[in-house]
Design a protein around this ligand. Structure first.
Ligand SMILES: Nc1ncnc2c1ncn2[C@@H]1O[C@H](COP(=O)(O)OP(=O)(O)OP(=O)(O)O)[C@@H](O)[C@H]1O
Ligand SMILES: [Mg+2]
Length: 506
């Protein structure tokens, strides 16, 4: 090896990586050329992130050969990877929450004046970088914890681009972005490609692959299944290659039995986030809540479940006023919220699958400070098998699971208590097509048992197929609702853009 084929930015020859007990990457060949976008796809746990972390220098114990621009290198630390022009945008955001945007974006390169940080230069440089991703309105000195999830994802991209990489790895970069932001990201990718960057792009969203990629490599069980020119394949073929059988993403039509009113929100406001929002949801119902990024959907969800305050208005649960002051009290009353932000808010990454999945049951089964966990074992086993959590081992540390499997653990935490009202914020983010169907079935089952579900999802096909009714938010206001038969992807999107022309429900 070692000769430089023209344009080959990266080639990996027969690389492998083993975690204790798992051969996550098994003898994979992979390459990407300058000016190419190479998509990497596969089911949850296929080994995509592990292969990419290898390029980013996360492991010193991989086997096989990696060449950058035709020269063999040993990418045994993140700094060696950076020196070789490699930048990675991680699936799980890696920003320091308490530091400012500027400190995060310029980490390692803060401009100095003498021995001090040059704040003016720092702010200007950061602003330039934020502009590239359309975030010029953000104050560079703001701490990252105060910006939204989708803004954080864009900041992460701005940070990576700032180092002028020649190989850029993006591990599900769009999972927290709105449609407009995704389109802006694609334009950025197009222009980086023209500048000769080699880009590796991981996504579970096949339409994105067809939009941005030149070639696609499919992985299954740690191995490479094949590499194809994008023109050679279609979505059906890719899914078949990923799962090893043919699958269609179909939505069954569910027969809904609607019961009594479960939850009613009356004139709810949280100043600066949402205003005068009223709606209800009935037992057995799946209510879709849609809006563009920044419309206030997650904020509404968070206030209803007690994670954030409510400034005005009332919530009624089964006709009784809900006077919760925090999440614990809301949960006790039967209202739970699955966060869109699993890493920082939803999961305890250092604890095990079992500890996370059963966390919500502990208060219920604790008597006189004594928690008897053994009663919960059957519940845990059932959740792991229903949701097909992989590996099916409750003693695994959650932080060591693949992204999609972490999402399933988060969901199992709330399913374990069958809440009367479950608010789901982007429940299938980062999960593969098969897992998505499993999650949909679990949600339908919960509703079928007479609970109410509020589904927040940016995935329009999912929202439209799953919901019995859809309400739409725009700029903090609830601007309309549509019943089954009245909505489809197009009408929902138009309405969210303020072009629906339907009556205000308030
Ligand atoms: N730190 C770790 N320790 C032990 N096992 C791990 C660790 N990280 C990943 N694994 C295992 O390695 C395999 C590959 O995981 P990886 O994260 O690469 O999958 P992925 O293709 O990125 O999946 P996803 O689409 O869910 O993000 C999985 O079986 C996973 O459980
Ligand atoms: Mg991954």
């Amino acid at each position: 090896m070692g000769e430089n084929k023209s344009g080959l930015a990266l080639s990996m020859n027969h690389v492998s990586k083993r975690y204790p007990g798992t051969l996550a990457v098994d003898g994979v060949d992979f390459e990407v050329c300058s000016g190419e976008v190479h998509a990497l796809i596969g089911e949850n746990g296929a080994g995509k992130s592990t292969l990419m972390k290898m390029i980013a220098g996360s492991f010193s114990d991989y086997t096989g050969e990696i060449c950058i621009n035709g020269k063999e290198v040993r990418l045994s630390s993140p700094s060696i990877a950076k020196e070789n022009g490699i930048e990675m945008i991680y699936q799980e955001l890696s920003l320091a929450l308490s530091l400012s945007i500027a400190e995060n974006v310029l980490v390692g390169n803060l401009p100095t004046k003498g021995i001090f940080v040059d704040r003016k230069a720092m702010v200007e440089r950061t602003r330039d970088r934020l502009k590239r991703v359309g975030l010029e309105h953000l104050d560079p000195l703001m701490p990252v914890k105060d910006i939204s999830q989708h803004e954080a994802q864009l900041v992460e991209i701005a940070k990576a681009l700032g180092n002028n990489p020649c190989i850029l790895v993006m591990d599900e970069p769009t999972s927290a972005l709105s449609r407009e932001e995704v389109e802006r990201l694609f334009k950025i990718i197009d222009s980086l490609k023209k500048q000769g960057l080699a880009i590796i792009y991981i996504s579970h969203h096949l339409p994105e692959i067809f939009r941005v990629a030149d070639r696609v490599t499919v992985m299954r069980d740690g191995k490479r299944v094949g590499t194809y020119e994008i023109e050679e394949v279609n979505a059906g073929k890719l899914v078949e290659l990923m799962v090893g059988r043919s699958v269609s993403e179909f939505y069954s039509s569910r027969s809904t039995h609607l019961g009594e009113e479960m939850l009613r929100a009356e004139h709810l406001s949280r100043y600066g986030f949402f205003h005068d929002v009223s709606f209800n949801v009935r037992a057995g119902e799946i209510l879709g809540l849609y809006g563009l990024a920044g419309a206030g959907r997650s904020e509404l969800g968070r206030s209803i479940c007690g994670a954030d305050p409510i400034d005005e208005g009332e919530i009624h649960l089964k006709g009784q006023k809900l006077a919760h002051k925090n999440m614990g009290q809301a949960l006790e009353a039967g209202v739970a919220y699955l966060t869109e932000n699993r890493k920082t808010q939803g999961l305890a990454l250092r604890l095990t699958v079992g500890e996370n999945a059963l966390a919500a049951l502990i208060p219920k089964h604790t008597k006189n400070f004594f928690y008897s966990g053994k009663d919960d074992k059957p519940v845990l086993d059932r959740l792991i098998s229903d949701l097909q959590i992989y590996p099916p081992d409750p003693s695994r540390t959650v932080g060591n699971l693949s992204g999609g499997n972490q999402q399933k653990v988060l969901l199992s935490k709330w399913l374990s208590i069958s809440p009367k009202v479950l608010i789901l914020d982007e429940p299938t983010r980062g999960v593969d097509i098969g897992a998505k169907m499993i999650i949909h079935q679990a949600i339908e089952k919960l509703a079928g048992q007479g609970n109410a579900v509020i589904l927040i999802s940016s995935d329009l096909p999912e929202l439209v197929a799953m919901s019995d009714r859809v309400v739409i938010m725009r700029k903090g206001h609830l601007i309309g609702e549509m019943n089954k038969g009245e909505f489809n992807e197009e009408t929902v999107l138009l309405a969210a853009n303020g072009e629906g022309g339907f009556v205000n429900v308030n």
